[in-house]
Every structure is written in structure tokens, then in C-alpha cells.
Design a binder for this molecule. Structure first.
Ligand code: ZN
Length: 277
């Protein structure tokens, strides 16, 4: 018997990267059996089993497909590379549509050889260039601000204010913001910027996890909610007070957890979600 319909899990989404050692097939099966409501799909997990297979798998599951991850990486010093990024993002929009994901998450990118302001300009141009394509496929585009430690190559958008500015400048129903506690928890303007984002109906997704103390790897040492420095539940309350009522998505990149038994880990995720998310 599954634990489906546990009301307390009705908003829990787990990102496929969180249980990276599992294939997408295993993740779907195990998440459903545990009563998880939704899944976000990392492109590598979908491609490993083939997009057609991923589409069938997800369509036949009870899981909500929350997002496809990740597009973006628009800035580059060289025009030809910027065009390549645009083409690649169109391809990712096709893939999101194929697997039935309504949202493509954008890790917007940065070019270390130029000013961050120039990179942000190129991000805006990139999003505007793919917008007609997103429109024709009805795929939303979510700007995910990343922690400033990634401002060298991963994102010139490093706080909510910049993400809000960008979404409001583009001003399109299909362009909004993905709020991830890992990247944003330190910002003293976070609550007010979340309110601003909600006022524009721009909160497209919410990611949660924790910041380990100390953090030993910039990429793959995120913690389970409740383990570290992030007030995950407080931030969730701000996001929900701003009008968001979508899934609470657990997204944990962690060499530590990936080396563990994934069945036990999934139970830990559920406990952490109930107690701290
Ligand atoms: Zn995230």
C-alpha cells in the first residue's frame, strides 16, 4: 500500500537530483510509494532513460511534474556562443514540453571576462529571444537567483531584487522567479522582495534544503532542512503569505547523501520536510 493522500505530504516535491543515484524510473516509483506529490526532473536523468520513456513514465505516474532543470547560461563574450545558448534553450523547451513539465528553470549564467551588469543584459536578451518559442510551447521560464558564490560563471543574478527587476522588465506571464532558500537565505531584503515577487504573480517555484555549517563543497554539500543555518519554514511562510501555493520542492546536491542508502535517505527527507520545511 502506498502512503498517497497523506495530507501532510500533499505539497512535497522531490527533485530527481536529490536522489541522484536512482534512475528516473526508480525515483518515480519510490517517490510515489512514499506519498510524495511531485517531482522535478534533471535533464540528465530524463536523457539517461530517453525522453520518450520519461514522458510515458511520468504520464503514467501520480506525480505532478513541477519543472525541468535546467536551461539558461545565456551570457558569453562571444556572440556565436550566445546564439548557441539560445538554440540550446529552445531545445530544452522542447524537452520540457515533451515530458509534460510546465516550467523550465533557468540557471542564468555569467561570463567571468565581463561585468556582471553586461552578463545581466545578455541574460535579458537571451530570455527575450526564447520567449516566443516558450510561448508557442506554453512553457514557463523561471529565473533562479543563485548564491553570490556562483557569480563567476553560473549566475549574474544573485538575489531576489535582481531576479524581480529582470522579471518585471521582461513583464510576461511566462517569465517569473524560482525561489531557492539555499541561494537567498542570507539576504536581509528577502521577505520584502518575496512580497514584491508575489504582487507581480512572479513566484513560479520554491526550493528548499539547508546550509551546512561548515559547508565543505560549493556545489555538493547541501543539507537536509533542519540541519544547518537556513530558517526554511520561515522562508516558506513568507512565500506562501505572498500568494504561492505550489509544491515545496526538496532540492539537495550532496555527495554525503548520494553515498547513503537512498531508501533511508528518502524517509529522512520526508521527516525533515514534516518537521522543518
Ligand atoms: Zn534550486
Amino acid at each position: 500500500m502506498t502512503e498517497k493522500n497523506q495530507p501532510e505530504l500533499s505539497k512535497l516535491c522531490v527533485h530527481s537530483i536529490t536522489t541522484k543515484p536512482w534512475s528516473l524510473t526508480e525515483s518515480v516509483e519510490k517517490f510515489q510509494a512514499a506519498g510524495v506529490a511531485g517531482i522535478s526532473v534533471w535533464q540528465d536523468a530524463a536523457k539517461a532513460i530517453g525522453l520518450k520513456e520519461a514522458k510515458t513514465l511520468l504520464a503514467n505516474s501520480d506525480l505532478d511534474v513541477v519543472s525541468y532543470v535546467r536551461g539558461g547560461f545565456f551570457p558569453h563574450a562571444n556572440l556565436e556562443h550566445r546564439q548557441k545558448a539560445i538554440d540550446n534553450n529552445k531545445q530544452l523547451i522542447d524537452e520540457a514540453a515533451e515530458i509534460g513539465a510546465p516550467l523550465l528553470v533557468l540557471v542564468c549564467g555569467a561570463e567571468p571576462k565581463q561585468l556582471l551588469s553586461e552578463s545581466r543584459k545578455q541574460i535579458q536578451e537571451g530570455i527575450e529571444a526564447i520567449l516566443p518559442y516558450a510561448e508557442s510551447n506554453n512553457i514557463k521560464l523561471g529565473i533562479e537567483p543563485l548564491h553570490p558564490m556562483y557569480a563567476d560563471t553560473r549566475s549574474a543574478i544573485v538575489n531576489m531584487a535582481q531576479a524581480n527587476d529582470m522579471a518585471e522588465k521582461i513583464a510576461h506571464d511566462l517569465v517569473g522567479v524560482v525561489i531557492d532558500v539555499y541561494h537567498l537565505w542570507w539576504d536581509d531584503q528577502l521577505e520584502s522582495e518575496i512580497q514584491r515577487c508575489g504582487k507581480h504573480d512572479n513566484i513560479f517555484a520554491f526550493h528548499t534544503c539547508d546550509w551546512n555549517v561548515p559547508t565543505t563543497d560549493m556545489l555538493r554539500d547541501r543539507g537536509l532542512m533542519g540541519e544547518g543555518a537556513i530558517p526554511a519554514r520561515q522562508i516558506r511562510e513568507w512565500v506562501e503569505a505572498a500568494g504561492f501555493n505550489g509544491c515545496i520542492e526538496v532540492e539537495i546536491f550532496s555527495n554525503h547523501f548520494w553515498s547513503k542508502d537512498q531508501d533511508e535517505y528518502l524517509m529522512q527527507i520526508i521527516e525533515a520536510y514534516k518537521n522543518y520545511a
